[in-house]
Design a protein around this ligand. Structure first.
Ligand SMILES: [Zn+2]
Length: 83
């Protein structure tokens, strides 16, 4: 297999979610996600957080407690995945 490894995939998740990649890179990441449950799980979490923040921003501001909880959760996940 010649695709990206997990750390490369996770590193580029934000670009992927933001649609800032070339179609080739997008396809490469999508292929890795389809074959890799831990990366897919991280992708789902990032996508959920992104949607949540977007929704919150449209109203006034995301409550501080919510932001803090999200950041903490992401930090925990980063530590787990980069280990
Ligand atoms: Zn992976």
């Amino acid at each position: 297999m010649s695709g990206p490894d997990c750390s490369q995939t996770l590193h580029r998740l934000y670009e992927y979610l933001d649609g800032e990649m070339t179609p080739e890179d997008t396809a490469t990441i999508a292929r890795h996600l389809a074959e890799c449950a831990p990366c897919m799980e991280q992708h789902d979490i990032e996508a959920a957080v992104k949607a949540l923040l977007k929704r919150s921003c449209r109203q006034e501001q995301a409550p501080v407690a919510l932001r803090t909880a999200i950041v903490q959760r992401l930090t925990t996940l980063r530590i787990e995945y980069t280990d």
